[in-house]
Design a protein around this ligand. Structure first.
Ligand code: LRH
Ligand code: MN
Length: 427
């Protein structure tokens, strides 16, 4: 199902007059501060977030899962759902596939359909944290770190297969997240597990096409509850460095112990030129995979301050970053949840673009603590949603994506088309 662009423009007509007043007012206010509003709008329009193929159905926990109906039953329907989000937000032009949850059966018709929908393929994700029905050896005690070379070889081969799937689709990167670790003290030899993991990643790296990148995603715990081999950014970074120049760290916002300064980790990885990508989400306690910006929007803003200032710094040499969402939807309509996440990401990006970093660094060099905070919070307290709306309107996307989605009863149409029993593959 695609959204008719006429439907979007008719819906936008309802808001144009009010919008042009607030846009005119805000543009003048910002230009009076010497801010180049047009360049900010262009940057907002160019910003793209990849949608996880595993988060288009109802998520769930071990305590239960509540479907809302109309879930995508295959990869084509997932691409179609992402095209709905992209047509409404103008910022979701890519999908990140998870293998084997979303093995592309018919590559040529899938890539053609994706092209028609304006969707490209971002990083592909391997999965050696679950046993598949047809799998010879179990990953119960790990995969790339396993004590049995046979299990490690099986896991390495899976990652190589995932790269081949990605190549066929035009993807240029693979994300490796390992649940490998231990649940009880004494269970594993930390040093040997780490070195086996390094050797296995280096073997996968040898199969990486020259124009590809490998993202190593870290996580402190879950499903292991005592130790995780790739537990933090430092371990991810030493493994990426051990692999080579095409290996980078991936920052999943939910993969940090409480009160971790994630924006400092981002600044550090940028200064090392080893920041590969993000899995955006939010959390209150653990890896809750909640809507981006729903719990700690200020932290997200501080992360974008480091991204905008870091990427503008000529001394920072870091390749283009993959921005992806990794969330799970237990109580919200996945498409609405993802559109809220995209809005939160773009708001923090736009606010960070308002900051005069030369002025900020001047204040920092003078240890003007109060004025430095005033400067960054002035931008954070600026309502930039009018700029996002203007950026969308100019792209023929929706003035108000969720309202347009609701007012046109898209979910009901999906339920009519697909029924209520479909269960989308994924988390
Ligand atoms: C692990 C993780 C990883 C994915 C999975 C779906 O918690 O963040 O990125 O493979 O979620
Ligand atoms: Mn993740």
């Amino acid at each position: 199902m695609r959204i008719d662009s006429l439907l979007i423009s008719r819906h936008n007509d309802l808001f144009l007059e009010k919008h042009s007043q607030s846009f005119h007012f805000l543009s003048r206010e910002l230009s009076d501060k010497g801010i180049d509003v047009e360049s900010i709008i262009t940057k907002i329009q160019q910003f793209q977030v990849a949608i996880p193929s595993w988060a288009l159905g109802a998520g769930g926990t071990r305590f239960g899962r509540f479907s809302m109906g109309g879930e995508p039953g295959d990869l084509f329907q997932k691409i179609s759902d992402i095209s709905i989000i992209n047509d409404l937000t103008g910022a979701a032009g890519a999908v990140s596939l998870h293998i084997p949850w979303d093995i592309p059966e018919n590559v040529s018709s899938l890539t053609q359909y994706a092209r028609e929908c304006g969707i490209t393929f971002d990083a592909v994700n391997s999965n050696t944290f679950q046993d598949q029905a047809d799998q010879a050896l179990s990953y119960k005690y790990g995969s790339l770190c396993h004590t049995d070379i046979k299990v490690r070889e099986q896991a390495i081969q899976h990652n190589i297969d995932v790269i081949h799937y990605g190549e066929a689709l035009g993807s240029k990167s693979i994300t490796v997240w390992l649940s490998d670790g231990s649940t009880f003290p004494g269970q594993i030899n930390f040093r040997q597990a780490l070195s086996r993991t390094k050797e296995s990643l280096q073997e996968i790296y040898r199969h990486l096409p020259t124009d590809w990148r490998m993202f190593i995603e870290y996580k402190p715990y879950e499903p292991q509850f005592y130790s995780t081999v790739i537990q933090d950014w430092g371990t991810s970074h030493l493994l990426a460095s051990a692999c080579g120049p095409q290996a980078f760290s991936l920052v999943d916002l939910g993969h940090h112990l409480p009160n971790t300064n994630i924006e400092q980790i981002v600044a550090t990885l940028l200064s090392l030129g080893k920041l590969g990508g993000f899995h955006f989400n939010d959390s209150k306690y653990g890896d809750d995979d909640l809507t981006v910006g729903s719990i700690k929007p200020y932290q997200l803003y501080l992360i974008f301050l480091e991204l905008v200032s870091g990427l503008a710094d000529p001394t920072v040499v870091n390749p283009p970053i993959s921005y992806m969402i990794d969330a799970s939807h237990n109580v919200k309509d996945p498409l609405e949840d993802l559109m809220q996440s995209i809005e939160a990401i773009l708001i923090c990006y736009a606010q960070a673009l308002l900051v005069d970093f030369n002025k900020l660094n001047e204040l920092r060099n003078k240890n003007e603590v109060v004025l430095a905070q005033e400067l960054i919070q002035d931008a954070y307290r600026t309502d930039v949603r009018t700029l996002l709306r203007e950026a969308r309107l100019r792209k023929k996307a929706s003035f108000s994506p969720i309202q347009c989605y609701r007012d046109n009863e898209i979910r009901n149409q999906l339920i009519k088309e697909r029924g209520i029993s479909n269960k989308a593959k994924g988390l």
